[in-house]
Ligand binder design. Sequence first.
Ligand code: 6PG
Length: 244
Amino acid sequence: MQPEIRIVSNLSELHRTGADEFTRCAREAISARGLFAVALAGGSTPKGAYSLIAADQRDPAKRLPWDKIHLFFSDERNVPPDDEESNYRMANESLLSKVSVPQQNVHRIPAELDANAAASQYEAELRNFFKPKPHDWPRFDLIMLGMGPDGHTASLFPGSAALNENSRLVVANWVEKFRTFRITFTFPVINHAAEVMFLVAGEDKALVLKEVLQGKEDVYPAQRVRPIDGRLLWVVDKAAAKLL
Ligand code: 6PG
């Protein structure tokens, strides 16, 4: 399926579009399968979208049945959940603590542990939740992602070992430039999703976005996000899209 590229005027419109797409996917999955399994993106860009989803719950027309929603994380920093670097903390402060989601529906990466132990535990949690058949992969309804100025996505960084992982669902990935491990979904998990949505904002992403969308293939990790049987949506603001 050809990726859809939606260019919006500014960051607040990007957040609005991201929040509405989350709600649309949730409604669609719940009416089709009674359940919505979503993986949240980390970093700073999605926070505003999470806040809007939480605020939307005040509107009966936009309210979601949180007991039917299971929230996972596409990646995490190797830190405790209350650390300022924690993607869980960001999502909890902007969304999870503000909606009536049952605690057992929030599937946090136990990133306070040793990175390899955290990745193995989280892989077991995904297998327990999705119960994929042997040699099959979990199928998220929606995976949310961001992209760094170096073209990384989730914690799949250029030149890192996890780029070539084809059997694990979740791995501990050493990131040389930060001299630390990250815990991240692998490409097969991302590419088996029903929908993958990138939220990308800011002029500092313009050059890499042009190269990722219009440049030579397979140079950047973000280019390897190609859902096998799913939809790929890029929501980008004008500043990030200025070279397209
Ligand atoms: C993380 C993210 C990472 C992020 C990009 C963009 O844990 O940092 O998963 O992939 O999406 O680095 O980050 P910003 O949104 O902060 O620019």
